[in-house]
Design a protein around this ligand. Structure first.
Ligand code: ADE
Length: 233
């Protein structure tokens, strides 16, 4: 899968792309990630990417005549155009279902907003998939783009060591329950003990305990996740 990231702050991604699972996936060739500094598409001597909004008001707006040519040129860098995703608090909410949908694409272009946002005509012309990672406002779309990459890459075959782990993740289509509690050594710490069943070696009982733990936890913390699934007494 190929990601093209279009941003005014490419440096934000450098540490993120060079660590852990993401680095391994890139090194293995399972993932290609390209970073583009949108400022290279500002052809005036001050590299202007933004301007004051018509009608007045606070903040600056990213200019349509910079952003659209940038996206069009980056689209032309691969044989097939990718789906354009714009990170914005006004977008549809990123859920595991949306992540699964995005993971079906061969190529995604992630367009990261800053300031007060994009000139509306960027959306009119490019018709991007506008995505929000939650009801709060970030300083820019870069962190949201990292969240999208992070959640989507887990679903690419070969990225996770254990293929089954993405399937059983909470919120995936096959699982609407939160994950069960996990313990490791020591068996006791400051008077807090590991549940006896987990030490019993009885795999049938352990599986029952885990299933109950997932259901109780989901019921207590996120009851709405159980709304369209069966839950007995
Ligand atoms: N840019 C600023 N806030 C955002 C959010 N919540 N989601 C996506 N992009 C954003």
């Amino acid at each position: 899968m190929r990601f093209d990231i279009l941003t005014l702050f490419p440096g934000i991604f450098e540490g993120y792309l060079s660590e852990s699972l993401l680095k391994d996936a890139i090194d293995k060739g399972l993932l290609e990630v390209n970073l583009y500094d949108m400022r290279l598409w500002a052809h005036d001597k001050h590299n202007t990417m933004d301007d004051r909004p018509f009608g007045g008001g606070p903040g600056m707006v990213l200019k349509v005549d910079r952003v659209v040519p940038c996206v069009e040129e980056v689209q032309s860098y691969a044989e097939r155009p990718g789906r354009v995703v714009m990170t914005t608090p006004q977008g549809r909410r990123l859920t595991q279902r949306v992540v699964e949908e995005l993971a079906c694409e061969e190529r995604l272009l992630l367009l990261c907003g800053r300031y007060e946002g994009f000139d509306r005509r960027v959306v009119d012309i490019l018709q991007p998939d506008e995505i929000s990672i939650g009801d709060y406002v970030l300083n820019g779309g870069e962190v949201a783009a990292e969240v999208i990459i992070d959640s989507v890459m887990r679903l690419i075959p070969g990225v996770l060591g254990d293929e089954s782990s993405a399937v059983v993740d909470s919120f995936s289509s096959g699982n609407r329950l939160l994950e069960e509690d996990q313990y490791t050594r020591p068996r006791e710490y400051r008077g807090w003990s590991v549940p006896e069943i987990l030490l019993s070696g009885d795999h049938g009982l352990i599986e029952k305990w885990r299933d109950l733990n997932r259901r109780e936890k989901t019921f207590a913390r996120r009851p709405e996740l159980l709304d369209d699934g069966p839950l007995d007494d």
